[in-house]
Design a protein around this ligand. Structure first.
Ligand code: GLN
Length: 545
């Protein structure tokens, strides 16, 4: 097998330029040409992983099959490539230091002074090459978080410098993503910030091979020539990345700009076969030409920040395309839902999704939203905390168990219908200690779940500490809340549903993490289908009136 090639993506001028989407789009194009490609994200912060971060900090925490809590960019990688990522695909400064310090404590450095160079940089280089060595990928794309010039990303930039020197120019490539701002007063695009950011990169010994320029306006030939000349790259290596209406357009835009061709040429890899994007473009066609429209309420407490529920929003896009339905999401802040506001906020919707979450804030609003959906035959999907709220709502309002709750919210509740998992009771550390990653679930026959999945055995990803309390199972079941998915080893309830209701499903796991463009998640597909049917019925009823 040929040697693995490494592509590094750095960012300049500003954060939030979309390095993750550019990396994922390039990976898609390379994959579509037949190259086995994976992507890795290096994050310069000191948290060991983003699991302990509030979603307001960096958006959603994504979870992989192997139970790694990771940056949300890994979600984009999986959604674009339809290939699983793992713990090795996301490395933080915290994890690097933790590992070097543990080695030092074991005495592995044989009395040497442990320093950023070479010890930290060696650890970084090892982590970068791990994916190439262990999984025989043709190409590994490594995205360096942050912006060049940041103090905290310096060790990463230095590691890339060393690696590029060690691997040689044919085997390693630097793509620098930058911003070309438009000054309305001057009516001009400005290249100076890019020149400065390339210069900053050079101060650390790195030369950009390819420039991807984020811009709101087309780059003229003049601007491209100027960028090439002053930034020391070939003209064909100046790639425009203009604002897109959907992130799923970016691979085609990069194809048009020749990002994949210039990359392959530089890496000395054959570029004669055109990428096969048939399936991708089929998805785009359905996404852009919907035949119906539905309104879904996303009830959560982090709704101010789009990135908090990234995977859910993307799963809706995949499921919408599969159903040829445009899914309009209305974000509803659960803290502002009360008995008197609920009707106004949700009565016009075609479906309600109650989102995952932690802690007490906003849960009463979530419970009100579940109740409205249950009592009004509105399609309902509850995910993780959303499923737990559905159980609490049912216990309070159908079983009449006053003050039923989860012990996460109320330790002294008389009816702990959701309770801490047994194995969690001794745990004191918060980082990486939840029930994480992929677990098996057995599905009961004659259920919505069985119809949705078409099988009795599924594996889904998890991230929780609390669970359905089986002591209440017979009461809940006898009154109409069926448990239709159960972990065969522990008996933990994974799926609840109401057979009396047109479509009411709560899941303890996170289906959103496994939805990809190539494989929209069956639960989201079925939920959107139910919402579509609900909206058509509503329309029919209002016409008949
Ligand atoms: N806070 C709940 C638990 O820990 C739900 C977690 C979630 O929604 N991801 O069980």
């Amino acid at each position: 097998m040929a040697e693995t090639k490494y592509i590094f993506v750095t960012g300049g001028v500003s954060s939030s330029l979309g390095k993750g989407i550019i990396a994922a789009s390039l990976a898609k194009l390379l994959q579509a040409r037949g190259y086995k490609t994976t992507i890795q994200k290096l994050d310069p912060y000191i948290n060991v992983d983003p699991g302990t971060l509030n979603p307001y900090e960096h958006g959603e925490c994504y979870v992989t099959e192997d139970g790694a809590e990771t940056d949300l960019d890994l979600g984009h990688y999986e959604r674009f490539l339809n290939v699983n990522t793992s713990q090795a695909n996301n490395v933080t400064t915290g994890r690097i230091y933790q590992s070097v310090i543990e080695k030092e404590r074991r005495g592995e450095f044989l009395g040497k002074t442990v320093q950023v160079i070479p010890h930290i940089t060696n650890e970084i280089k090892e982590r970068i090459q791990l994916l190439g060595k262990n999984h025989d990928y043709d190409i590994v794309i490594t995205e360096i978080g942050g912006t060049v010039g940041d103090i905290e990303s310096l060790p990463y930039i230095e590691s890339v410098r060393q690696l590029k020197w060690e691997l040689g120019d044919d085997n390693a490539l630097i793509i620098h993503l930058t911003l070309v701002p438009y000054l309305a007063a001057a009516g001009e695009l400005k290249t100076k910030p890019t020149q400065h950011s390339v210069k900053t990169l050079m101060e650390s010994g790195l030369r950009a091979d390819v420039l991807v320029c984020r811009t709101e306006h087309e780059l003229s030939d003049d601007i491209r020539r100027k960028l090439a000349l002053f930034c020391n790259v070939k003209l064909e290596a100046v790639i425009q990345s203009i604002d897109a209406s959907t992130i799923y357009d970016v691979p085609n835009m990069m194809l048009e700009e020749g990002l994949d061709t210039v990359t392959l040429k530089k890496l000395n890899l054959p570029n004669d076969t055109a990428p096969d994007l048939t399936q991708w473009n089929e998805f785009l066609k359905r996404h852009k030409n919907p035949k119906h429209e539905v309104k879904i309420g996303l009830v959560g407490k982090y709704v101010e920040l789009q990135d908090s529920y990234k995977s859910i929003l993307e799963a809706f896009i995949h499921a919408g395309a599969a159903n040829e339905v445009k899914v309009n999401i209305e974000s509803i802040h659960s803290e502002f839902i009360t008995d008197s506001t609920i009707k106004n906020k949700v009565a016009h919707l075609d479906g309600i999704l109650v989102a995952p979450g932690f802690g007490e804030r906003g849960i009463e609003g979530k419970i009100d939203a579940v109740r409205f959906a249950r009592e009004n035959d509105l399609p309902f999907l509850g995910i993780c905390l959303g499923m737990q709220m559905a159980v609490i709502e049912f216990a309070r309002n159908v079983l009449q168990l006053k003050n039923a709750n989860s012990t996460e919210m109320d330790l002294t509740t008389p009816h702990p219908v959701i309770d801490l998992m047994e194995e969690q009771k001794e745990i004191t550390h918060l980082g990486g200690t939840m029930r994480l990653g992929s677990w098996e679930c057995k599905i009961e026959d004659n259920s919505i779940a069985k119809e949705v999945y078409g099988t009795n055995q599924i594996f889904e990803r998890h991230r929780h500490r609390y669970e359905y309390n089986n002591q209440y199972a017979s009461q809940l079941e006898s009154q109409g809340l069926r448990s239709t998915g159960i972990n065969p080893k522990t008996g933990l309830v994974e799926i609840v549903e109401i057979p009396e209701h047109p479509w009411f499903v709560g899941v303890q796991y996170h289906p959103e993490y496994k939805s990809t463009v190539a494989n929209p998640h069956p639960l989201f597909k079925a939920f959107i289908k139910a919402a579509k049917e609900y909206s058509q019925k509503k329309k029919g009823a209002s016409l008949a009136r």
